[in-house]
Design a protein around this ligand. Sequence first.
Ligand SMILES: [Zn+2]
Ligand SMILES: [Zn+2]
Length: 127
Amino acid sequence: MESGKDVLYGREITRKELQGEEETLEKAFQKSAFLIEQNVFTCRRCGTSDPRQQVQSPCSCGETCFYCVACLNMGKVKKCSMLYSLAEPNEFPLFSKDCLQWKGVLSLEQARASHDIVTTVLEKKLV
Ligand SMILES: [Zn+2]
Ligand SMILES: [Zn+2]
């Protein structure tokens, strides 16, 4: 189960989705869920700016609020929502052994095909 920072890496997560990880929230980069440019609202989670995808609904924020229908399947992103994220650190585990080594033996036909492919690539010619 993912928790804390892992949930935020490379993602745009609402406060509700993060569920009370206050310490993580403080470190996270946050921005409002919608970008407003010349009266056009663009959802920062999915990039949709089509007003037909923005459905008005009553909200505790008191303003005329709406949410994005285009990315509703990822959770409701409202006009008053904040999105939290952290840059993906790309901390991939290193393999202890060389995992791309094959210790098999090619058949005669496979060896010939392999040799032909290598020769073709080296000579940059098309068969
Ligand atoms: Zn959206
Ligand atoms: Zn609202």
